[in-house]
Write a protein of this length. Structure first.
Lengths: 503, 503
């Protein structure tokens, strides 16, 4: 076979794996958007059967053959970047999977599934000791997996970070988070001394079907293509890509808190715009998806906060919102509305946090994860250290573990190393905005006139189109001319919140 | 391996195939309930990949091994009916698939897909000649397939009938349809001389969300379990079973014709009740589904017509319907309503036909299919013979092929032999009702009081629970004590329509 024939056979092989993954994604979407509860257990078995097939194929001898042939130094010159990066991704997955003994992986999956359901009970009862033994075992498994995969620069935690944010290490995050903390904490303290504006009007009755209509309107305004997607209701909103022509968003409607659905929709819409605008050249390759969790989050947060919580945006859309609502904003000025949707106040629950205090929640988790994998922190110490860090970073202490260490599913789900991406997303978003302003100096003016197109196009040009062809650090460097720099986020927060709170 | 071990391995193997089929069913449901159009083409490829997997596994050497081992005469005594019938179904599928050369089957699938899209254009333009060459090839393929599968009792068409209604042959249908025609045609002629009642109030505006609420209410009344199903909107309503705990129905809302959604929902609900009430013993076997198209249709038609279009049913529910509607029935008596929803009049389009004239539409198609496969009818003659038969059976002649021979997708889809099941469903339904009346003599009284439970339980006891454990003729014999007998349907029609039209 010529190398072109191998290349073709490899992409054909990978395409089949992607077909199975699409069926898995559809099942996941369905299970979270209204699949009847009596069918869920059997549906999970379907996901298991399909996942086995994906695992088998992505670690097969045939796959190894393609990897060996296409990573051979002698053929590199005749391969496109597209092929080289694709095979690199296939190789990463191959190595990750093939290096874990299957029985061990299976036992881990069973443990993790069990841990997630124990977590629900532990959270319900606010009883960390129920979860503790499971979490201990999960950490042990992860440490063993890291041994199989190899440490990165002497850090076990780096190996986990690499799963979600390739190329970003503890060194980088330590630097970024320290700088960010020093920028945010004083601001949070200053705001704490100020009175918050009235927000009661936010929680009046806003009928669900009207929220839905407004959500659809917002998505269309953002440039979301409903011929390549749909909006559904769920408990915990998410975006999911089934294929390049089917990028779905979900949201959660609360009739006494419209913010949940509206900002949730804009957030997931930001993820979806990324996926909908990947270059068509990458269709049929493993590169046809966002390049990392952090870059993905930068797109959702950019839209949620830098667009959706800006004054200029609501100059264009506040009157529309009023029309969809049942009169709750009739005597509320745009200025009052803007201040109310931007109230900042330390709180216990990460997912309810405002944009300013949110990164501090992530730092608490980051310090703990680092301690577990690279330091001498033990699982049993998590609740205590959690509370200490909350006190240190946010100035408040949870009264129980339910509003503390037990609030997130990530750890029982085995997702250690995932949290930092959320905060990195904030940092990237502000950094991108800074660069964007050079190209679009009338950013606010555009938003004020309801024009999002130039903004979305800039993001497509610099970020979206590349899918996973470029790695996160490459995207950042190429787009902003520098490496990760939290200054822009700090400046954004200071400018915005000093104005909001008259500091 | 002991025979018990073989049995276990066989069911394990079959379960995986069912998992793939469930993923295919989910994709099908999704594509018909709102999947974004730009994702459809790629989604079809997913279905192709999954179908290949099902085909490969159900015709594998491993499957053949199970079939050989479990059909061995020496082990029959130690096997349950459940196992014997399961392996019989697997064997049928195996033989059907393994006997067609794969390239030939692939070429046929491509042709059929093409024919379906050509059909859309031909129908749009009312131009049969566009479709003719495709239909000719499809009939040729089907005849070749029949050669591979073998004729039944000297009839090619019997082989096709057997795909949809196992055990029912041309002899039986000829007898049943002749008798039925002799019972229906005179009645249709008598009605044609009478005036139809006013029906204008049926077509007033009935908001979609209210129709949806009433549809849900009806399904609950019927005993449909929403913990094991859901209701969605679609173009052409269908019921689809993903797994025994996930049996979905769909309906089509027309705001100026509420009948579409309400009777559509009740019809699909009838299918769903069948699937939701199959014995739990059959879960995990290929028997956990309705036994034939005809028996399935008997369940949907029983609910749509013998329940949903009865006077007693609306005695219980007409006031409720009024509440959901926007006043369109305010000055309409129950009697007027009942007569309006039961108007009978010969028409061109099968899917819009009333219950009395519907079987005649099927007979037209049956005669043509029989002529194509067992007689000397050619594809090019279909439009002419269609019109002749319409004149003979319904007394009307289509003015173009769009409202004639081109109206259905079944033939371009290759589904020859399918149509008769629809009419058999009517016959079975009336026959079942006759038997049911012996056990539930106060049938009308129950309906009048809004009680459907005893009726549904009777159907579960005699039909639903068996899934595919019993074959259609077994179900009919065991339930009614006789073979297929159209007398009961003829009597039902005569009693109902003579009263309605004062004959």
């Amino acid at each position: 076979m010529s190398i072109q024939q191998v290349e073709k056979a490899y992409f054909y092989y990978v395409k089949k794996i992607m077909d199975f993954n699409e069926a898995i994604a559809l099942a996941a979407w369905d299970m979270r958007t209204g699949a009847p509860k009596n069918g869920i257990e059997q549906r999970s078995e379907v996901v298991g059967t399909l996942s086995d097939e994906v695992f088998k194929r992505s670690t097969s001898e045939e796959m190894k053959g393609y990897i060996d042939a296409l990573t051979d130094p002698s053929v590199q010159d005749s391969l496109s970047e597209r092929t080289k990066r694709s095979i690199e991704k296939s190789q990463e997955e191959y190595s990750r999977n093939v290096n874990i003994p299957p029985e061990e992986y299976k036992a881990y999956i069973i443990l993790q599934t069990k841990a997630e359901s124990v977590w629900e009970e532990a959270k319900e009862k606010s009883n960390f000791s129920l979860l503790q033994p499971y979490l201990e075992k999960i950490v042990d498994y992860k440490k063993r997996f890291i041994r199989y995969w190899g440490e990165k620069d002497g850090s076990k935690y780096n190996t986990l970070l690499d799963l979600y944010e390739p190329g970003i290490s503890v060194d980088v995050i330590d630097r970024v988070f320290k700088q960010l903390r020093e920028g945010i904490v004083p601001l949070v303290k200053q705001i704490a001394e100020k009175n918050n504006p009235d927000t009661t009007f936010l929680n009046k009755h806003f009928p669900k079907d009207k929220q839905r209509e407004f959500s659809i309107h917002m998505l269309k305004k953002m440039g979301y293509d409903f011929n390549s997607g749909r909006l559904d209701e769920t408990m915990h909103p998410f975006e999911i890509t089934l294929n390049p022509g089917d990028v779905r968003v979900t949201t959660h409607y609360l009739e006494d808190d419209f913010k949940s659905a509206i900002f949730g929709t804009i957030h997931e819409g930001g993820h979806a715009l990324y996926e909908q605008h990947i270059s068509k050249d990458l269709i049929g390759t493993p590169l046809c998806t966002g390049t990392s969790m952090g870059i993905h989050e930068s797109q959702s947060l950019f839209f949620e906060n830098m667009v959706g919580r800006s004054y200029a945006f609501w100059e264009a859309h506040y009157d529309e919102l009023k029309k969809y609502s049942s009169g709750q904003f009739d005597h509320v000025s745009l200025d009052e509305f803007y201040r109310a949707i931007n109230v900042s106040k330390p709180s216990f629950i990460r997912i309810d946090a405002d944009e300013l205090t949110y990164p501090l929640h992530i730092m608490v988790r980051y310090e703990l994860e680092k301690g577990l994998f690279d330091g001498d922190l033990h699982v049993k110490d998590l609740p205590g250290v959690w509370n200490e860090k909350m006190k240190e970073y946010l100035g408040i202490v949870p009264t129980n573990d339910r509003e503390g260490v037990l609030q997130d599913i990530h750890w029982p789900g085995g997702d250690f190393g995932y949290f930092p991406s959320y905060a990195l997303g904030y940092v990237y978003a502000a950094q991108f905005k800074h660069s964007m302003l050079k190209a679009i100096p009338d950013f606010d003016h555009q938003l004020k006139n309801g024009h999002i197109d130039a903004i979305r196009s800039w993001l497509t040009e610099h970020i979206h189109q590349y899918g996973s062809l470029k790695k996160p650090l490459e995207i950042i460097l190429d787009t902003t001319g520098e490496t990760i720099n939290p200054d822009y986020l700090i400046t954004y927060f200071n400018e915005k919140y000093k104005e909001l709170y008259g500091l």
